[in-house]
Design a protein around this ligand. Sequence first.
Ligand code: GTP
Ligand code: MG
Length: 202
Amino acid sequence: MIKNATFLISNTDYNKCPAPDKAEFAFIGRSNVGKSSLINMLANNKNLAKTSGRPGKTQLINHFGVDNKWYMVDLPGYGFAKVSKSLKADWEGMIKDYLVNRENLVALFVLIDSRLEPQKIDLEFITWCGESNIPIVLLFTKADKQSRPKTQSTVAKFLKASKAIFEEAPLYFITSAESGDGKIEVVNFIEEQVEEFQNQEN
Ligand code: GTP
Ligand code: MG
């Protein structure tokens, strides 16, 4: 359980992020997939990260401190059609620099809309993560919006597609910011990883 999460700082430059002295977990995925909402659900605080029905809400690297033990990072989404080419290039530069250079990044949660067939843009992004040795965990979002069998079927399709990229399909969780599904599982996963990170530091 997360007891206390507080906003720390927003950045465009990974060099200005908080000192990399704690385990860090970042959230990425297509614009509007539910990154900020999921962060709020995990933290039990609806007002922590800014959410919106309009895609493109989160535009910076946003750090939150959790229980004085780890960092949670809300990232801007990719694949927002209304963005100019130069803005897209800015996004890529900022995000890829951050992901490649952030030494305390323990896992990158890649959020996938559980209602959709595998999307090219998501498969391309996780391919880049694989090539760049970024440790990813998949979080399927908005599971409240459809029946469980429908979710299971889209999840199976995505895992199958990701087996063509990775030798083993990545670890995954099914979530809903609305119902709280997946909260316990994701927070347990994070807390186990935080403990491991701390053991390595000492
Ligand atoms: P950007 O910051 O624009 O990249 O978007 P984001 O990925 O942070 O999405 P955000 O959390 O702002 O949510 C986008 C929209 O989806 C909002 O209208 C949310 O209320 C809605 N939403 C997010 N998660 C869920 C969910 O689990 N269930 C349902 N029903 N709606 C959700
Ligand atoms: Mg957001």
